[in-house]
Design a protein around this ligand. Sequence first.
Ligand code: CMP
Length: 225
Amino acid sequence: MDDDVVLSAPLFADMDPDQTQVLQASLTPLDAARGEVLFHEGERGDRLYVIERGKIKLGRRSNDGRENLLAVLGPGEMFGELSLFDPGPRTATATVVADARVQELGHQDLIAWLATNPAVAKHLLQALARRLRRTNEALADLVFSDVPGRVAKALLDLSTRFGEPVEDGLRVAHDLTQEELAQLVGASRETVNKALADFAARGWVRREGRAVVLLDVDRLERRAR
Ligand code: CMP
């Protein structure tokens, strides 16, 4: 297990090494390839996941088959906790975007563990609060921002997770298809494509398959406001 990545998850924050070992014994690794579904929206869930490597998208499907992505998560992030804290069906479908290894933790093990480590609850709450903050912002953007503004924001958000400095900017290997990127932004593939082509023509980004190099972060930030 890549301890550095897994132990950086909120679940493990401020833990003494003995406790870390106890919890690690409850984790089960799972390798999954792009396209594999870890669970479906509506199913009953009995475990949460911490991503060790790779990327996972969380999406919802409307009755007429359209898809919307709530988030794309990467190493050190967790998902599958909502159906524990608010017992009920899974609120989204989790699908592998880039070949992944996740660590599964049964809800029962987590509950027992939280009872003996109340400080960890604070970090979990913080992670949930951050998620709610992000979701509120995305909701407001859907109402108040235009598509290019939302594309700029999505690229900046993805860069905080997956960005790596390169000679002329910040390379964001998001591994999303154009369709998936559009689902994340909440717009049609054509409109998102047009916005990206416009950013590229202005020299703000360079497109490289399933990656984008951010060449002018300042301009993108201003466009995202
Ligand atoms: P759960 O409902 O068990 O299964 C789906 C998971 O998706 C959910 O737990 C959360 O971990 C995650 N999730 C749901 N909504 C969001 C969101 N708005 N942002 C990020 N992650 C989310």
